[in-house]
Design a protein around this ligand. Structure first.
Ligand SMILES: [Zn+2]
Length: 54
């Protein structure tokens, strides 16, 4: 579990996280993106577009 950068709720992360993976915080509904893996860093995903694989 990691902390939502917006509301500080705990956000479940998959067992095999991928950089750029998108998640949604169940508490505040914000779309989050895994920005880095070591250590795992979460940030708000850009809400305009979902650029999977660039
Ligand atoms: Zn949140």
């Amino acid at each position: 579990m990691h902390e939502c950068p917006v509301c500080e709720a705990e956000v479940p992360i998959s067992e095999d996280p991928v950089e750029g993976e998108l998640l949604e915080c169940e508490e505040c509904g914000t779309e989050l993106e895994i920005l880095a893996l070591g250590p795992i860093t979460l940030g708000e995903a850009p809400d305009a577009e979902e650029d999977w694989g660039e």
